[in-house]
Design a protein around this ligand. Structure first.
Ligand code: FAD
Ligand code: NAP
Length: 532
């Protein structure tokens, strides 16, 4: 007999495990399927040297349990991957979550049976279960992008992707290592790999802005102060556009209202605070290209000060507007290029042509390598969802429906796909926020919605086409007022060959959270609700 559940959750990252806990509180039966061998998602897969979060640990943590947030002691301003994974393991154990999770189980297909009002969930092994509701917690950044470079299979050494890093430590000492990619993953890995490897070749296609993290041990007084009013701290962070860093100043005024000396002083001050805070130094950085250019130029000046070789400094200096691609937060990134044995290879002017048994050959020459590290990112936001054959009403395929780019209502529901929720889906703020806040808001909204459906004896909830159309226009309109769509980024899907260019996340967390709350209070307007 096929197992049947009220709810199936796909994915056991930070999103899936919070969702599991909250679905249980509604009193529904639930099963979680996770492709990996353990819980943690991002923090299970991304074990590369130097991996850590770039949202402060006091914020990059769960808020659904006051006892949990009081008990757990973060040790640093930004937590490392092993520390976050220990935290996740603790949460799984503390809330007894493992008994409802099936690991090593990739979901391959989801098919809606309209007559029965049930989803059939098929795993890669061919097993099937049925469920009334399905919650996709498959992650925005979980589908690794491995570039299709000719000759990959001929390489005699080891190849690793940062997002599929082995559990066993990879010994890089005395080796010639090539890192392809200089986004956030590359920027974190490169300084640590440089300390271990004999020679490091960094293959850079686009220079990214790297702002100093200024990581440090967490100040016990700060920790105690936050814990004294954690609820207030969370509420203040949720009121910020990116759902975080409320304890730091924000200057909303225009960069053009101050003198050059005042501008420089303000930028120095925010640069000194660390993390992405330099983007808070003036109010028009993400909306006015001329304001943005002044800040971009300030950071390029910093690069020139740090990197001794002017040619290398020039290559490391980004040309696109700052913040348009996600800024990277690093430690000793630019300083690393002053080390002997670290070589920057410009693959914008001379692209990678092939991988040979000995290394990487670009249009300008060959580089002998023992290990290749792909820090080449993800098929973001839609990759994991479309990796599953999802069929809604009348066998409608999500892949076909999204062939011109993803369309949702609130980033939570899709017309034609009843009783299917997409956590941190396209059209929600997700990756433009502290994702733990986005996850909390979605898990709570979905759990409240399930409770409402149970209480009101509603069997089917489905986003309407009208709501989806209006929402798509809203997401585009908000993005259009910013500089986000002005360069090639994974927010737009521009990093994946052939992917339709659509700006996928919604800018601005507080307005979004308010809308979601109003939708719920209004009896889930924009969704069609059906009684049996
Ligand atoms: P994930 O953690 O990606 O989990 C999704 C899970 O679903 C994965 O375990 C995957 O195996 C599973 N899955 C996918 N498809 C299937 C399938 N078909 N069948 C079964 N299982 C499936 N965000 C921040 O806010 N701050 C940060 O500092 C930050 N740092 C990051 C660092 C790295 C290296 C990366 C890659 C991302 C970072 N992010 C950060 C974003 C991060 O992804 C989120 O913060 C958060 O961890 C997402 O949790 P999630 O549960 O939504 O998704
Ligand atoms: P990414 O930002 O997409 O960077 C990928 C890099 O690989 C880019 O430099 C890209 O160049 C390059 N690349 C891709 N294909 C290539 C090819 N065929 N040849 C040469 N270069 C190629 O991916 P990521 O660094 O993994 O980061 C993704 C996101 O994950 C981040 O933006 C962030 O949200 C999250 N993350 C956060 C942290 C953190 O600090 N907490 C750490 C890691 C990741 P182009 O720019 O030219 O495409």
């Amino acid at each position: 007999m096929t197992d049947s559940f009220d709810v199936v959750i796909v994915g056991a990252g930070l999103g899936g495990i919070q969702m599991l806990h909250q679905v249980r509180q509604v009193g529904l039966t639930v099963r979680v399927f996770e492709a990996g061998s353990g819980a943690g998602g991002t923090w299970h897969w991304n074990r590369y040297p130097g991996a850590r979060c770039d949202v402060e640990s006091l914020e990059y943590s769960y808020q659904f349990s006051e006892e949990l947030q009081q008990d757990w002691e973060w040790t640093r301003r930004y937590s490392s991957q092993p520390e976050i994974l220990r935290y996740i393991d603790h949460v799984v154990e503390r809330f007894d979550l493992d008994r409802d999770i099936r690991y090593h189980t990739r979901v391959e297909a989801l098919t809606y049976d309209e007559r029965a009002g049930r989803w059939t969930v098929r795993t890669e092994a061919g097993d099937e279960v049925v469920a009334r509701f399905v919650i996709m917690a498959t992650g925005c950044l979980s589908s690794a992008n491995v570039p299709d470079i000719a000759g990959r299979e001929t390489f005699a050494g080891e190849i690793h992707h940062t997002a599929r890093w082995p559990k066993q430590p990879v010994d890089l000492s005395g080796k010639r290592v090539g890192v392809v990619g200089t986004g956030s993953s590359g920027v974190q890995a490169i300084p640590v790999i440089a300390q271990q490897a004999e020679e490091l070749y960094v293959f850079q296609r686009t220079a990214a802005y790297t702002l100093p993290a200024r990581d440090q041990p967490l100040d016990p007084e700060l920790r105690a102060a936050v814990k004294a009013d954690y609820a207030g701290f969370r509420a203040r962070n949720s009121a910020m556009p990116t759902a975080g860093l409320s304890r730091y100043p924000t200057n909303p005024s225009s960069i053009f209202l101050v003198s050059a000396a005042e501008r420089e002083a303000a930028l120095e001050y925010f640069w000194g605070l660390g993390g992405p805070l330099v983007l808070r130094s003036f109010g028009d950085i993400m909306s006015d290209p001329r304001a943005n250019e002044l800040v971009s130029d300030f950071v390029r000046g910093k690069i020139r000060q740090i990197v001794r070789d002017p040619e290398v400094a020039d290559l490391l200096s980004p040309k696109q507007p700052i913040g348009c691609k996600r800024v990277c937060i690093g430690t000793d990134y630019y300083e690393t290029f002053n080390r002997p044995g670290v070589h920057l290879v410009d693959v914008a002017s001379a692209p990678i042509e092939e991988i040979t048994p000995d290394g990487i050959r670009t249009a300008a020459g060959s580089h002998a390598l023992d290990v290749i590290v792909f820090a080449t990112g993800f098929d973001a936001m839609t990759g994991a969802l479309l990796g599953i054959d999802i069929r809604g009403r009348d066998s409608l395929s999500l892949k076909e429906m999204w062939s011109a780019g993803p369309r949702t209502y609130l980033g939570l529901g899709v017309p034609g796909f009843p009783n299917l929720f997409t956590m941190t889906g396209p059209g929600s703020p997700s990756v433009l926020t502290n994702m733990l806040v986005a996850i909390h808001q979605h898990a709570t909204w979905i759990a409240d919605c399930l409770q409402y459906l149970v209480d009101h004896d509603i069997s089917v909830i489905e986003a309407t086409h009208e709501a989806e159309d209006a929402w798509g226009m809203h997401v585009d309109e908000v993005a259009g007022k910013t500089l986000f769509p002005s360069c090639d980024s994974w927010y737009l899907g521009a990093n994946i060959p052939g992917k339709k260019r659509v700006f996928m996340p919604l800018v601005g967390f507080p307005a979004y959270a308010k809308t979601c709350a109003e939708v719920a209070e209004g009896g889930y307007r924009g969704f069609a609700l059906t009684r049996p």
